[in-house]
Ligand binder design. Structure first.
Ligand code: 2AM
Ligand code: CA
Ligand code: CA
Ligand code: CA
Length: 261
């Protein structure tokens, strides 16, 4: 595909994501079904499924040779990264969606042979659209995001969830050494916040491709770094540990999560 058609694809992806956001806001006015998946923190609603279905239908109609890797069912058929794959989390932060009715996102990454070309993270209730096309920088609601500047750990705001700190005591280092710890409950938004400099790092013990695919494209456009705990490249085919960080503290974070406890 030429650059021109990636630009077209980018505007189509943005349009569909906005449409998904409008759909979600509309559905929230009524009741919808909620069920739990693997455990009590892992929820899915009819709205998650509907949004994935919306993308599935549109892709089939407009780009039948593109594949969809979505959290709610369509990922099962994708075992490799060949060609164009739309990696979708229809609602990232479903617990927030259900309980707080805010701070959740539609997360979308469009990948070509495993390379992130388009990244979109849409904060539906704040109507804040983070997006990037590879090589053209990242924007939030049309305003360009600056490249990430120098930061030190003692002035860094780091996002991670309390459960991971209890599970892995190496993470206490960041509680002691950073300026502050936050936890928002939407991985996609937290990565977008690192990309926009609102956070300096986001650390998670287990994320799936659809949690990170959109955010990682944003992040790399502003010079941020995303890897697993070992500092290795992300796979996009399985769950892994995850670090998104300002480039000035990424290495220090790896040193402290990777050494044997
Ligand atoms: P989700 O809302 O799409 O499930 C919560 O800390 C963040 O981790 C959310 O982005 C959530 O995505 C993600 N997450 C991934 N796997 C999860 C799991 N098994 N249980 C809870 N949250 C999970
Ligand atoms: Ca989920
Ligand atoms: Ca998710
Ligand atoms: Ca989800």
């Amino acid at each position: 595909m030429s650059q021109q058609s990636w630009e077209e694809l980018y505007s189509i992806a943005l349009e569909w994501t906005k449409e998904a956001g409008t759909y979600i806001r509309e559905k929230m006015k009524n009741t919808y079904g909620v069920s739990s998946k693997a455990n009590q923190n892992d929820l899915v609603t009819d709205v998650d499924r509907d949004v994935e279905e919306l993308f599935k239908k549109k892709l089939k109609e407009c780009f039948p040779d593109h594949r969809l890797m979505g959290e709610e069912g369509s990922a099962e058929l994708v075992n490799d990264l060949k060609g164009v794959i739309w990696i979708l989390d229809p609602i990232d932060g479903t617990v927030n969606f259900v309980h707080q009715e805010t701070f959740f996102a539609v997360s979308l990454g469009v990948y070509l042979n495993g390379v992130g070309m388009i990244g979109i993270v849409y904060d539906v209730m704040n109507d804040e659209m983070f997006s990037a096309l590879k090589g053209q920088g990242a924007v939030v609601n049309g305003t360009k995001l600056a490249r990430l500047g120098e930061v030190h750990l003692n002035e860094a705001i780091i996002s991670m969830n309390a459960g991971w700190i209890l599970k892995d005591r190496r993470l206490e280092y960041f509680v002691n050494e950073s300026r502050g710890i936050r936890s928002y409950g939407s991985a996609a938004l937290e990565i977008a916040y690192v990309a926009s400099g609102r956070l300096d790092a986001y650390i998670s013990f287990a994320l799936s491709p659809w949690d990170i695919a959109g955010g990682v494209v944003l992040l790399s456009e502003v010079g941020g770094i995303a890897t697993n705990y070992e500092g290795n490249e992300l796979s996009y085919l399985e769950k892994d540990t995850f670090i998104a960080a300002n480039p000035f503290i990424h290495e220090e974070i790896i040193r402290h999560v990777h050494h044997k406890s």
